[in-house]
Design a binder for this molecule. Structure first.
Ligand code: DMJ
Length: 445
């Protein structure tokens, strides 16, 4: 009887206890375990867990083990040895890319190829590299277009291609993973193909240096000329900067400098509420929209890496403002009216990632405090009995039945790194991919 009263009291009080939880390496680790154990219990061996229905979810007809591969390096960084051993066994005994499915090249590259490469570098087991190489070979046909820019989908067995209409993010976010594969295997084909795709895209920038939203990879013609730094373009800029940092590729540095100059000139917009980056026509530079959102929040991190800390600070302050409107981040707002235009919070990491880079750059505790706000918001509104659920609506906090693998690979990783000792992961030693997978340029020693 006394025990059941205790259990009842605990279940009534636990949401309040969670709200009061501070961000520490241990508290983030505890939340990682909460999410991972739910995956383990309800979705083991599948791509992801649906946290509300407690059902597994696979992207294709068969699992590609997205969650364990995406989560693996964070387990190692957190020192979760037994979880890492379980995940490693699951991956190495089951993951195969010899599958009759057509996959989205960008997502599979950033989640799986990058995840397997960082697993190999951190763990040392050559079977991770063998899997990465097998995947790289199967993805390579994606670049078989007239321009060398990739198709969006490729069949893992036949190399059959689909979707010649692609966007800068999906075209330009491959060099870190493919380039690393070249460096680790000694086969330059991966670096060369991914680099050519980037160069071909850059070559099609407008006279004022901007890229549009959709391009035909066969004809090289733009299909949508709206320029912005949000989803569909974002990580193209990130990879220009990071390819310079990881490979010392000077051409990428020059393309990054040019690209960021145009973005800062034509897309940046200041209002009474702060610095924002909106939409503009790539040809004229004319403002066409005032949308900003959770994906745009990657840009302070890129500005930081590119050495523009003051702009990074100003933009992160705006992002923080956006987060605080509802105590959690909306997918998109109109920064001219400060109204929410897309109400979801998909458990995204970008705003946390930017706070992490700013903290490492400035050591100003403001960014750790931001980390605490982000952590508390996520725990308060997204935690469920079985892991974490994304929000359908940040204004009502209604949950939806999904927990993307990037919640492990990035969101929890950046929360952890913002408070963990710096030697856990030194930015002098690694470059983090767009999916948060740390890559060590061992070849540069
Ligand atoms: C991640 O898969 C990557 O960060 C990607 O570049 C953008 N979207 C998600 C996270 O929001």
């Amino acid at each position: 009887m006394r025990r059941s009263i205790f259990v009842l009291l605990f279940s009534l009080l636990s949401p309040l206890l969670l709200v009061a939880q501070h961000i520490t390496p241990d508290s983030v680790k505890a939340e990682f375990l909460h999410a991972w154990n739910a995956y383990k219990q309800y979705a083991w061996g599948h791509d992801a867990l649906k946290p509300l229905s407690k059902q597994p979810h696979d992207w294709y007809a068969t699992s590609l083990y997205l969650t364990p591969v995406d989560a693996y390096d964070l387990m190692l960084l957190m020192g979760l040895k037994s979880e890492a051993a379980d995940a490693k066994k699951l991956i190495l005994e089951n993951l195969s890319f010899d599958k009759d499915i057509q996959v989205q090249t960008f997502e599979i590259t950033i989640r799986l190829l990058g995840g397997l490469e960082s697993a190999y570098q951190l763990d040392g087991d050559p079977r991770f590299l063998a899997l990465a190489e097998d995947l790289g070979k199967r993805l390579l046909p994606e670049f078989n277009s007239k321009t060398g820019m990739p198709y969006r989908f490729v069949h893992l067995q036949t190399g059959q291609l689909r979707d010649s209409l692609n966007n800068p993010a999906e075209i330009g976010t491959a060099l870190l993973e493919f380039g690393t594969l070249s460096k680790l295997t000694g086969n330059s084909v991966y670096y060369d193909k991914a680099k050519k795709a980037l160069v071909e895209l850059y070559a099609r920038r407008s006279a004022i240096g901007l890229v549009g939203s959709v391009i035909n990879v066969e004809t090289g013609e733009w299909v949508n000329t709206t320029s912005h730094i949000g989803g569909g373009i974002d990580s193209y800029y990130e990879y220009l900067v990071k390819a310079w940092l990881l490979f010392g590729d000077r051409e990428c540095k020059q393309m990054a400098d040019d690209g960021l100059r145009a973005v800062n000139r034509y897309l940046a917009d200041s209002t009474a509420d702060g610095l924002w980056y909106g939409d503009a026509d790539m040809t004229t530079g004319e403002r066409t929209g005032t949308t900003f959102g959770s994906l745009h929040a990657f840009y302070p991190a890129v500005l930081c890496l590119a050495g523009d800390t003051s702009r990074a600070k100003a933009l992160e302050a705006s992002c923080y403002h956006m987060w605080q409107m509802y105590g959690i981040e909306p997918e998109e707002i109109d920064y001219a009216t400060m109204k929410v235009t897309a109400k979801e919070y998909y458990l995204r990491p970008e705003i946390i990632e930017s706070a992490f880079y700013l903290y490492r750059k400035t050591h100003n505790t403001t960014y750790r405090d931001m980390g605490e706000t982000f952590f508390r918001g996520i725990v308060r509104y997204c935690r469920t009995e079985a892991g974490y659920a994304y929000l359908k609506d940040v204004t009502t906090k209604e949950k939806a039945d999904g927990m993307e693998s990037f919640f492990f690979a990035e969101t929890l990783k950046y929360l952890y790194l913002i408070v963990a000792p710096e030697e856990t992961l030194s930015l002098d030693a690694v470059v983090l991919t767009t999916e948060g997978h740390p890559i060590r340029p061992t070849w540069r020693k």
